[in-house]
Design a protein around this ligand. Structure first.
Ligand code: ATP
Ligand code: MG
Length: 264
């Protein structure tokens, strides 16, 4: 069994790397073998997010150019041997990578793991093209705003033109209060506009951001809503029927709505 997922976005900074790192830790704690490939050539960051920056000696570029063996390039946290990270090269450009060779390497890595997560670069340029062709299921990460939505629409149509597998959608940085007030687009509405299955919704979380500043996993940030949301999205990606967090009206508002009262 190997499942390959690529976390992508049109707009940058929506949380792909944060999510990829959090999901990798989640799967490893579920006793699955997970390999995380930092696909952001020239701008690696997942090593920092996992606190593995001092362990990285070789990277994806070294492995592709056969300067090291896979076991030298894959690094694991001591307490989580089931998680392996392959860091992106710092001194290469996306255009230095040959898509077919990368696809072959991804196929080779995926044979040795249960789950392979690819943290793709933002945008629709060469970096994305490198990742396409890897037979990964695209996971579109968006934030609940029109800029992110528009960019996701563009990315989604590029994926459809290339006959990639139908993407799943994860909405990050959702703010329940703003959604309930109608100021922020509801995750379900975003999924409807994009016509994509909604696989996860993560809340905006200061605790999660502070964990990022400390190079700690969002799963250990002390915000249970974040840990639950990561678990939910990660298990839904594997086909589980875990219910999504409910960002609809609060129960007493639902009561008024059922009675035909005005939304407060
Ligand atoms: N739910 C959240 N709540 C608070 N902060 C968040 C949340 N998700 C992500 N962040 C913060 O947003 C910033 C950008 O996240 P991240 O680097 O994961 O985005 P990205 O999509 O990978 O960016 P890029 O497109 O540059 O690769 C980070 O500082 C991260 O800690
Ligand atoms: Mg990133």
């Amino acid at each position: 069994m190997s499942r390959i997922f690529a976390l992508m976005s049109g707009k940058g900074g929506v949380g792909k790397s944060t999510l990829a790192a959090a999901m990798a830790v989640y799967y490893a704690r579920q006793h699955l073998r997970v390999t995380l490939l930092d696909g952001d050539i020239g701008l690696r960051c997942v090593d920092l997010m996992l606190g593995l920056q001092d362990r990285v000696i070789y990277d994806l570029g070294d492995l592709m150019e056969k300067r090291c063996l896979p076991e030298q390039a894959l690094v694991s946290p001591e307490e989580m041997p089931g998680l392996s990270l392959l860091a992106a090269p710092q001194l290469m450009k996306a255009s230095d990578i040959k898509g077919k060779e990368l696809a072959a390497l991804i196929a080779q890595l995926s044979a040795e793991t249960d789950i392979l997560l690819i943290d793709a670069p933002a945008g629709v340029g060469r970096g994305l093209k490198n990742v396409l062709g890897a037979h990964a299921r695209p996971i579109l990460v968006v934030t609940p705003d029109d800029v992110s939505l528009r960019d996701a629409e563009r990315l989604s149509s590029i994926l459809a033109e290339r006959e990639e597998e139908r993407p799943g959608l994860i909405v990050n940085r959702a703010r329940p209060r703003l959604i309930r007030r109608g100021e922020m687009m509801a995750p379900a509405a975003m999924a409807q506009v994009l016509d994509l299955p909604l696989l996860g919704v993560l809340p905006e979380s200061e605790k999660m951001y502070r964990a990022f500043l400390r190079h700690e996993s969002p799963l250990d940030c002390g915000d249970h809503a974040v840990a639950d949301a990561v678990a939910c999205a990660a298990s839904r990606m594997l086909g589980a029927d875990t219910p999504l967090p409910d960002y609809g009206p609060r129960p007493f508002l639902r009561f008024f709505e059922r009675k035909g009262g005005a939304a407060l």
